[in-house]
Write a protein that binds this ligand. Structure first.
Ligand code: HMG
Ligand code: MG
Length: 297
């Protein structure tokens, strides 16, 4: 059945911005995070400690953490791919990190310069060191439904890789539809496969991109399956620079509108959030693709 309450994992400042060609000024990023916290979001993925040449937009991660006035009760997780990234995150006194694995060989190579198997050797010391420091580690798994180079991804392959992340010590596994190709039947099949493999639904989160307009339908399917953590980005910003045809994430506004209608608690002030996305759209010089932002804006 449906959860009574959903935790929105807001990725606008990270997934939303990482693909922007023009470097967004640090002050704008900080203001974006401030406004998102003011709108009631309690998990704000802030940036990534990845190689600055790989994602130039987030090269200011250290400065961003230093300039961030953290709102009480709000968590600010960051992406960390390897030990070098963890060192940088620890220097910035980060308390929440996320590692990000691939369910396919090709994307592990393209996104991490690693491989389907060898990526785990890169993550292992990151997770053990972070957990030793009392840091919560989330595990992302990309290409859970389809991969632009490999095509459809077998459910068993996804479950095997996902279980590895949980067994490594991740408190949560976020199932990524990196290029937005999933449809509700596929979502249901994957969630059933995880359940059959003994993974509790409470350990799972979903991360849908809206390339094919299916993100909300997929989210609805996951909610009905009992998933209660949903990733989204304010205004529907986003996309991965290393995944062909990846567009924005599920828009947080679209998610909030649906949760509201379903009577599921979410804690977000929708007007304040829409105002934030309109402001951000102005900064980026183009309108938000979110249907709800357009309707209410
Ligand atoms: P590499 O080039 O293989 O790195 O990149 P390396 O280990 O060979 O090191 C080369 C040099 O980079 C060394 O410097 C390292 O110190 C330095 P040198 O000794 O030559 O002077 N270096 C670093 N510097 C700063 N920070 C670091 C770091 N690591 C190494 N962390 C690496 C491997 C993993 C670093 C690279 O591939 C990378 O940064 N990838 C990140 C790509 C990325 O951020 N993609 C987007 C996020 S994933 C996503 O969007 C999907 C998601 O939203 C879910 C979904 O939608 O599916 C999460
Ligand atoms: Mg993503």
């Amino acid at each position: 059945g449906l959860p009574a309450e959903v935790t929105i994992w807001e990725v606008g400042a990270r997934d939303g911005l990482q693909n922007e060609k023009e470097i967004v000024p640090l002050e704008v990023k900080l203001e974006f995070l401030r406004r998102l916290a003011d709108a009631g979001l309690v998990v704000l993925e802030a940036t990534s400690f990845v190689h600055p040449k790989w994602v130039p937009q987030l090269a200011d991660a250290t400065e961003l953490l230093a300039g961030l006035d953290q709102a009480p009760g709000v968590r600010y997780p960051v992406l960390v791919p390897n030990e070098r990234g963890l060192d940088r995150a620890l220097d910035a006194e980060v308390r929440d990190i996320a590692i990000f694995a691939s369910a396919t060989e090709t994307f592990a190579q393209r996104n991490l310069n690693s491989g389907l198997d060898s990526q785990f050797a890169m993550f292992d010391p990151v997770v053990s060191r972070a957990v030793g420091e009392g840091i919560a580690v989330r595990g992302y798994l990309s290409m859970c439904f389809g991969d632009p180079w490999e095509g459809p991804v077998p459910v068993e392959q996804v479950v095997t890789a996902g279980k590895r992340l949980l067994e490594m010590g991740c408190f949560q596994l976020s199932l990524g539809d990196t290029t937005g190709v999933a449809t509700p039947g596929h979502v249901e099949a994957l969630l059933r496969a995880f359940a059959a493999a003994g993974v509790e639904v409470g350990e799972l989160a979903v991360h849908f991109h809206d390339t094919y307009g299916q993100a909300l339908a997929n989210t609805s399917t996951a909610l009905r399956h009992g998933v209660s953590t949903v990733d989204s980005s304010a205004g529907g910003l986003g996309g991965c620079p290393y995944a062909e045809s990846a567009t924005g994430n599920l828009a947080t506004e679209d998610l909030v509108w649906m949760l509201e209608g379903l009577g599921i608690e979410h804690g977000v002030d929708l007007d304040a959030l829409v105002g934030t996305s309109l402001w951000m759209a102005e900064q980026l010089g183009r309108p938000s693709p979110s249907a709800v932002v357009k309707a209410l804006g």
